[in-house]
Design a protein around this ligand. Structure first.
Ligand code: SF4
Ligand code: SF4
Ligand code: SF4
Length: 196
């Protein structure tokens, strides 16, 4: 189980750590000698994936907690117990509850953050346009003889959240915002559209 833990420890987000541990454990054939581990591991994986894609509720966290408690107690071998204990340690971090509020603090779960361009900072240099391999950026490079530019913006449906645009932007115009901040930005832009 050392290899399994080493892979899980490479992650920063406790939910990602837990899922990696469980998935690595389940990557090997399941012996199925005892019910808490054989059923519990698969159920835990389902619930953790819901936390990653933003569809989880309090019930899912409670289920992961309860399953881990039973697995830690009743698993017949060290593998099942180690898996449960690792998940229990991660749940204690409070990151699971944070995900329910739309926050993944280490920004490892891509569902919970979005890349946006702040128009006030953007100089329209076009470096991000060249860096984006997914054609997710719309905008027109600044030319001295032109006026009336198309402002730079990220098309969220195409964005794979690779972060390349942020790396190349020298003007701090590309920002990462949480799902919650993004919802607030959308409300503000709708309000200003109504006023204008
Ligand atoms: S706890 Fe051990 S014996 Fe029980 S199902 Fe899991 S791997 Fe098999
Ligand atoms: S790299 Fe930055 S400043 Fe240049 S166009 Fe993109 S967002 Fe704007
Ligand atoms: S994060 Fe990646 S895919 Fe998204 S706009 Fe930036 S470069 Fe393109």
């Amino acid at each position: 189980m050392e290899d399994v833990q080493a892979k899980a420890d490479e992650k920063s987000c406790p939910v990602q750590k837990s899922l990696t541990f469980v998935e690595e454990f389940l990557a090997e054939p399941m012996c199925g000698r005892c019910f808490p581990c054989s059923m519990g591991s698969y159920e835990t994986r389902i619930r953790l994936k819901k936390l990653l894609d933003g569809t989880a509720s309090d019930d899912d966290i409670l289920a992961v907690k309860n399953i881990a408690a039973v697995m830690a107690e009743a698993s017949m071998c060290k593998k099942g117990k180690d898996t449960a204990k690792y998940v229990q340690e991660q749940i204690d971090s409070n990151a699971f509850a944070e995900h329910l509020s739309g926050i993944c603090t280490p920004r490892e779960c891509t569902h919970y953050h979005t890349y946006v361009i702040i128009p006030e900072n953007c100089t329209m240099c076009g470096d991000c346009l060249d860096a984006c391999k997914d054609n997710a950026i719309l905008g027109e490079k600044k030319k001295t003889f032109l006026s009336g530019y198309m402002p730079f913006e990220i098309v969220q449906k195409r964005c794979t959240k690779c972060g390349e645009c942020m790396k190349v932007c020298n003007y701090a115009a590309v920002k990462i915002v949480s799902a919650k901040e993004m919802a607030e930005l959308n409300v503000k832009s709708q309000e200003s559209a109504v006023k204008s």
